[in-house]
Design a protein around this ligand. Structure first.
Ligand code: ADP
Ligand code: MG
Length: 620
């Protein structure tokens, strides 16, 4: 334990030090955003105390919650005070010496890499408390935590270290005093401050006061009619509320009145938040009960597959007098969850149908997350599927399942897809050749989650969803528009060759047969009808959930020159193998594996056989 009765000095965490160097040195023209950050922290602190006071009335401040600004033009200081939750010694050490925000490391790297543009990035990122050092040569924070008796002064010039010492304060809350740099004296000017607050902090729900004046509307933004709210005000609210630094891709502001009243103001970000694929799958929509902030991360407010949403849901029909935990199991909350989810899916559908290009950018960011709902939310599965978009061989743009079905060929029975890691690689897969030749479109599924919803959704509009890497390719019935019968390449009789290969490969393959899906490649591997699909098997193996997969079926292209030559040789040999046929069987099998991104079964043996075939080709 350190002795906390005297002044102590600490070094900033390395990342903070780096950040401060960049912040302090920047000539950022928009450095006024520091005020937005400090006011936002003050407002967060009031929100936190208001919630804590629900269960412990002694914590309530004697005056209404407010943020007070104080200017001293002569001294060149500006201070921002709140009567919120405050900080104790441990809080100060933890929050004003480190950066908890995920993605900060990456952000600092980006700043360092892009020296020219760094100033713009700072403005976007919103470096929170530390942005004070853009305008201040010294920052003092006097604070007392609600319910505690000790007060503290945190102080720093932003040059690598900060100090904490005991201080005097009459009540709980925090005062941040900025000693403005010479070139930042404008921020002690009243007119300038009024203007900045109007621009960035109008939406803050607590009064922001300068002397006797309240500078903002001081009411929760979502309670106002949407016609009175500008796009910029929504965007500022989004940034404050979500600690985001992009502009929202879409804003949804809805009021539901009836047996259960609630208002939601939800935002879809235009960029992927850093924690989107974290294992916790945390929600970030804040729950308010009659304008009192209750909690942020409850999964009972919105389903995990909508975790990209930001914003608030407020209802006066939930009870304030119960604990967070009890509130979360309130059936009314479940009803709100279902109503809000439906509304969101409805709005996304509008975007998907009316603004397809714009929707594609949303889909690129959040499609993989939304698709989790196909597995997890059977009640809304159809609505989710409707707004799912997929890459396809048929079209440059993304397609929905219903427009795929509209484009299906005469005689085409199934919706075909191929699943794998990477859409670009999938598009070059040999399995597609026969489908391309017949003009049959194949969907390219390259998100992990695809394998999982495919277990639940096996057909759409009466058409089965069929993987082209599993089971026989039933392309015979599909009518072709171009190739006349007589132009079709000749198919070799493969029976003897197949017999030879089966003997050579033994148990490694489940079957060997002529292929209908290849036109250019000699071979490919597929999963047999009843077996697990190739991609799913690969995923499960990677996650240690599967040891060995089932052997695959090796398909041979009867129109391929190499295959027909080998077939002739096998016929002449009378189905008994020679060295060349033996090498070819193994090499072809490994080649099919390599094309799928796998390694040959026995790399040394593969190299040896390849060498012997080459030697023969050179007549060695
Ligand atoms: P963020 O607001 O994104 O958490 P900041 O850098 O703005 O990041 O603030 C860091 C932390 O410092 C806050 O999360 C909060 O815990 C604490 N803090 C900052 N200002 C105040 C304040 N006025 N009252 C209480 N705590 C504060
Ligand atoms: Mg902040």
């Amino acid at each position: 334990m350190s002795d906390t009765s005297e002044k102590e000095t600490f070094s900033f965490q390395t990342e903070v030090g780096q950040l401060l160097e960049i912040v302090a040195g920047s000539l950022y023209s928009n450095r006024e955003v520091f005020l937005r950050e400090l006011v936002s922290n003050a407002s967060d602190a009031c929100d936190k105390l208001r919630y804590a006071a629900l269960t412990d009335a002694t914590l309530s401040p004697s005056e209404d919650f407010a943020v007070d600004l104080d200017l001293d033009t002569d001294a060149g200081t500006l201070s921002i005070s709140d009567n919120g939750v405050g900080m104790n010694h441990a809080d100060l050490l933890e929050t004003l010496g480190t950066i908890a925000k995920s993605g900060t490391g990456a952000f600092i790297e980006a700043l360092k890499a892009e020296e020219k543009d760094q100033v713009g990035l700072i403005g976007q990122f919103g470096v929170g408390f530390y942005s004070a050092f853009m305008v201040a040569s010294k920052v003092d924070v006097t604070t007392r935590k609600a319910g505690e008796t000790e007060s503290w002064l945190w102080s720093s010039d932003g040059k690598g270290a900060f100090s904490i010492e005991p201080a005097q304060r009459d009540s709980a809350g925090t005062t941040v005093t900025l000693h403005l740099k010479e070139d930042a004296r404008e921020f002690a000017d009243e007119a300038r401050i009024r203007h900045i607050i109007k621009t960035y902090s109008e939406h803050i729900s607590f009064p922001i006061k300068l002397g006797d004046d309240t500078l903002n509307a001081a009411e929760a933004l979502w309670t106002r009619p949407s016609k009175d709210i500008s796009e910029e005000q929504y965007a500022e609210f989004y940034r404050h509320n979500s600690h985001a630094y992009d502009a929202p891709w879409h804003v949804m502001h809805n009021k539901v009145e009836g047996s259960l009243n609630h208002t939601s103001l939800l935002f879809v970000p235009s960029m992927q938040p850093f924690d989107l694929f974290d294992a916790e799958r945390k929600s970030h929509v804040k729950l308010y009960v009659n304008r009192v902030f209750i909690s942020e991360t409850t999964t009972d407010l919105l389903p995990a597959y909508l975790r990209f949403l930001r914003g608030v849901v407020d209802s006066q029909d939930l009870s304030l007098n119960v604990s967070r935990e009890m509130l979360q199991s309130d059936p009314k909350l479940a009803k709100i969850k279902s109503q809000v989810s439906k509304k969101v899916l409805g709005e996304l559908k509008k975007k998907a149908t009316k603004e397809a290009d714009d929707y594609a950018s949303f889909w690129g960011n959040f499609g993989a997350v939304l698709k989790e709902g196909l597995v997890e939310d059977p009640a809304l599965r159809d609505r989710i599927l409707e707004i799912c978009r997929f890459a396809s061989t048929g079209d440059e743009a993304l397609t929905s399942l219903s427009s795929y079905v509209e484009r299906m060929k005469d005689g085409q029975e199934a919706i075909y897809y191929i699943a794998g890691e990477d859409a670009a690689k999938l598009a070059r897969s040999p399995h597609l050749e026969g489908f391309k030749a017949k003009g049959v479109e194949v969907l390219l599924f390259s998100d992990h989650v695809d394998e999982f919803w495919l277990q639940h959704i096996t057909e759409f509009e009466g058409k089965p969803l069929k993987s082209i890497t599993r089971g026989a390719a039933d392309l015979d019935q599909v009518e072709t528009d171009d190739t006349p019968e007589e132009d079709k390449p000749e198919e070799a009789d493969l029976s003897d060759l197949i017999a030879v290969i089966k003997v050579e490969l033994g148990e490694t393959v489940k079957d060997v047969r002529p292929s209908k899906r290849l036109t250019d490649s000699p071979v490919c591997l597929i999963a047999d009808d009843g077996d697990m699909d190739v991609n799913l098997e690969r995923l499960l193996k990677r996650h240690g959930q599967l040891q060995d997969g089932a052997p695959r079926v090796l398909e041979l292209n009867p129109t391929h020159a190499i295959i027909s030559k080998l077939a002739e040789r096998a016929k002449a040999d009378g189905a008994s193998s020679d060295d060349l046929l033996s090498d070819a069987a193994h090499i072809l099998f490994d080649q099919a594996r390599i094309v799928e991104g796998e390694t040959p079964t026995d790399p040394a043996e593969f190299a040896r056989r390849l060498g012997s075939v080459m030697a023969r080709a050179f007549g060695i």
